[in-house]
Design a protein around this ligand. Sequence first.
Ligand code: IMP
Ligand code: MG
Length: 196
Amino acid sequence: MSLPPGVERVLFTEEQVSERIREVGAQISAKYSGRDLKLIGVLKGSVFFLTELARAVDIPVKVDFLAISSFTGLTAGGAPGMVRIAKDLDDPIQGEDIMLVEDIIDTGFTARYLLQTLAGREPRTLAVCTLLDRTVRRIVQVPVDFRCFEIPDRFVVGCGLDYKQSYRNLGYIAVMNPESGIGPAQPSLHPETRHG
Ligand code: IMP
Ligand code: MG
């Protein structure tokens, strides 16, 4: 298989990703049997995973989306791990079973902020499902209820994850090559401003 520029190697193939999402979808269906579930996606990264996950569960599902901007402190007014909601949910979540769906949980700042914000709206239950979990870089603890893959400390793209907004549409999950010569020498895990 020929890989696009800067992509070093495939970590999980499209088949492995789909198979794992089906497994996690079945776990979610079992846990929420007899209930309704609202999946909350974080634009833009988690949209690709959320749509596949939604089709892999066989309980009634609603979806809603929010968008965030995150900063690392290099940005004026930003503090490390600071996140703000750039687009809020369309509807209230009070009394509902809610699942925050993430593309990746890295330091944990984004998920922790979102969980605190959502918890304040008094859902009946609040869970987290992430496609990727990079626990080696965790700074703040986040309760992860469902995850598809644990990944090593390398920058990855595909299945919704971007490098400078590209490569979200790759069906597989791949590691970026820092020697590729495209963009900065080392794709930074701390770009100044990240949008989902
Ligand atoms: P956290 O707040 O550090 O957990 O950051 C999570 C967010 O950082 C994700 O939703 C992504 O937008 C971004 N991110 C972290 N690691 C990667 C990566 O390896 N590839 C692409 N985006 C990433
Ligand atoms: Mg994201």
